[in-house]
Design a protein around this ligand. Structure first.
Ligand code: HEM
Length: 148
């Protein structure tokens, strides 16, 4: 398998998470709990696959350095640092949110989910943003990663 496509796969998985989270939020606001459940479990699967793919890529290829300069560099690292801190924070939040609903603690689920959902969405969207900023600083890599 050509593992150089994994960064593109990762960005797609982050996009699936983001879209599923937005759809799941809209469904629960309309009272459709079954669709909310499906969307949230889709987001959990996409984010779990992302984590496996991310770790595999970094194990095999190490770190790709951002080569942009000036304001773009500052913006890139601001997004990357906030993304990394919140990505670590969201893992126990997702676990607790799921645990509470699995125990039928709907009120407690609702209370923590109001934090989990926006943080998770920020992590998913900034995951795609970091990918686009990183690989557009290496135009040839973006082309070779996107076009097989
Ligand atoms: C980690 C994944 C999940 C997240 C982030 C999440 C997020 C949310 C959010 C944001 C709300 C609305 C909170 C509010 O009232 O403002 C909510 C409510 C709810 N969620 Fe989830 N949810 C997740 C997984 C699930 C699952 C797997 C189920 C299973 C059925 C579920 C069932 C519910 C129910 C029953 C409500 C209350 C609906 C109501 O107010 O009538 N959630 N969730």
């Amino acid at each position: 398998m050509d593992t150089t496509v994994l960064p593109t796969v990762n960005a797609l998985l982050n996009s699936v998470s983001a879209v599923s989270l937005i759809a799941g939020w809209r469904f629960v606001k309309r009272g459709n709990v079954a669709a909310h459940r499906r969307c949230m479990l889709t987001a959990v699967c996409a984010s779990s696959l992302f984590l496996c793919s991310y770790l595999t890529y970094h194990f095999l290829h190490g770190t790709t350095r951002f080569i942009g300069t000036g304001g773009m560099r500052q913006l890139y690292f601001t997004i990357l640092i906030s993304h990394t801190i919140l990505a670590a924070t969201v893992v126990p939040l997702v676990g607790t949110t799921l645990y509470r609903i699995s125990k039928g603690q709907v009120d407690k689920h609702r209370r923590i989910a109001r934090w989990t959902l926006p943080i998770w969405l920020y992590v998913s969207v900034t995951g795609v943003t970091v990918y686009l900023m990183l690989y557009s600083s290496y135009p040839h890599r973006l082309r070779s990663a996107v076009i097989p």
